[in-house]
Design a protein around this ligand. Structure first.
Ligand SMILES: [Zn+2]
Ligand SMILES: [Zn+2]
Length: 346
């Protein structure tokens, strides 16, 4: 089978590999239909974080289950599924509390191999999300919506949940990448009445407005903070979604939050932030790895099936597996909000 591998910073390749096999009774083998490149993949693609040369990559996909281990009873061969990047066991204290992204039974193969023809998926019984029917029953746009439920839409929703967005809130979203844009959808689903998206790119701002943002702040630095304070009558926002991960973004989140607000962060933190602003304004900071399976099963799959949300619009360029290098370059050069990879038609 073909799979994408990381060669060195800036260089991806397709390699012929042996098809994965069931190793544990809780595994499933999935034939991948669609995968995609994540903003977090750019950390190692750009050489900012380390990754082993020759390792398989990708952590978001949809596909068809081919085979399951003997303890997998909720999912069957032939099922059409979402393969999240998280592998919640569904039974530990973290999973039961709704934090399957921090499952206490971690797996060895997490975070790699989804950008390929076949995937060995651990903790398949609980972590996989079954989509009703077959891929052929859905439009191209719906298939892309399902794919976002493997990571980015659930992560955006997690930012909104972590920020405790509630009905009537004025919410600020920092970051206009795919996660920030899905954060706008998340804030809307949780009932925010005003959603201020900070965006410097016209195409991303436009999609943000379509997803439910009510205001766009395109200024940078202190001008951006000034503008948000004007928009909130000098109070600051009730909730803030930090979808970047840079220290400057967390600092900015504290500056635009009203006293007593909560900041939800899902950007993978690069450096620990100074927490002084948060202290003086009684601002809460929480967030982490998204509860993908929990959100998909409780809410997000239903919202997609009802066509209430269209997060798949973040895929602005598509590639086949053989053009994996182009898929990464498009994200790296910001030519695509998110790169879609078509692995198989059906
Ligand atoms: Zn991701
Ligand atoms: Zn667990």
């Amino acid at each position: 089978m073909k799979a994408a591998i990381f060669v060195k910073p800036g260089k991806m390749e397709i390699k012929e590999m042996s098809k994965p096999k069931i190793q544990k009774s809780t595994d499933a083998i999935i034939r991948i239909l669609r995968a995609c490149v994540c903003g977090s993949d750019l950390w190692w693609y750009r050489g900012i974080s380390k990754r082993e040369s020759g390792s398989t990559v990708g952590h978001e996909a949809i596909g068809i289950v081919e085979e399951v281990g003997k303890d997998v009873v909720a999912i069957h061969p032939g099922d059409f599924v979402i393969a999240p990047f998280t592998h919640g066991c569904g039974q530990c204290a973290a999973c039961r509390a709704g934090f399957d992204g921090s499952c206490l039974n971690p797996t060895e193969s997490a975070n790699g191999g989804y950008q390929g023809e076949y995937l060995r998926f651990e903790q398949a019984n609980w972590a996989l999300i079954k989509i009703p029917g077959k891929p052929q029953d859905y439009s191209d746009a719906q298939l892309n919506n399902f794919l976002t439920l493997a990571d980015v839409m659930a992560t955006g929703y997690h930012a909104a949940t972590s920020a405790e967005v509630k009905s009537g809130d004025t919410t600020v979203v920092i970051g206009d990448g795919a996660v920030g844009l899905c954060g706008v959808i998340g804030a809307r689903l949780r009932g925010a009445s005003r959603i201020i998206l900070m965006s410097h790119h016209e195409d991303r701002a436009k999609l943000g407005l379509e997803f439910g943002a009510t205001d766009i702040v395109s200024e940078r630095g202190t001008d951006a903070i000034k503008r948000i304070m004007e928009l909130t009558n000098d109070n600051g926002a009730d909730s803030v979604l930090e979808c970047v991960g840079a220290t400057s973004a967390i600092k900015q989140a504290g500056q635009v939050a009203r006293p007593g607000a909560v900041v939800g962060r899902v950007g993978v933190p690069q450096i620990e932030p100074s927490s002084n602003t948060l202290f003086w304004k009684n601002i809460g900071l929480r967030g982490g790895v998204a509860s993908v399976t929990t959100y998909d099963k409780n809410l997000l799959l239903d919202e997609v099936l009802k066509e209430n949300i269209n997060p798949g619009k973040i895929f602005t360029k598509r590639f086949d597996l053989d053009h994996i290098q182009d898929a990464y370059e498009a994200m790296d050069k910001r030519e695509a909000i998110k790169s879609l990879i078509i692995v198989a038609d059906k």
